[in-house]
Design a protein. Structure first.
Length: 70
């Protein structure tokens, strides 16, 4: 076992969780922007979903959750 106090381990892991959540949010926004570009190129959410191998619902929800200014 570790000799590090549990409070220190908790703080370290809590900071890591916050960093990862922030990175996940930014990645989700970039992903939605890419999907929006795909929709503009292919003409529909369905075509994008089929092209990337995801469900229509997953692609549509990503676009709705992180709308772009395009």
């Amino acid at each position: 076992m570790t000799n590090e106090p549990w409070r220190a381990r908790f703080r370290r892991e809590d900071e890591l969780v916050e960093q990862l959540q922030s990175q996940l949010l930014e990645a989700a926004k970039r992903r939605a922007a890419a999907l929006a570009e795909g929709k503009a190129e292919l003409g529909s959410v369905y075509a994008v979903a089929k092209d990337v191998g995801k469900s229509y619902t997953a692609v549509s929800n990503a676009l709705k959750k992180y709308p772009t200014t395009e």
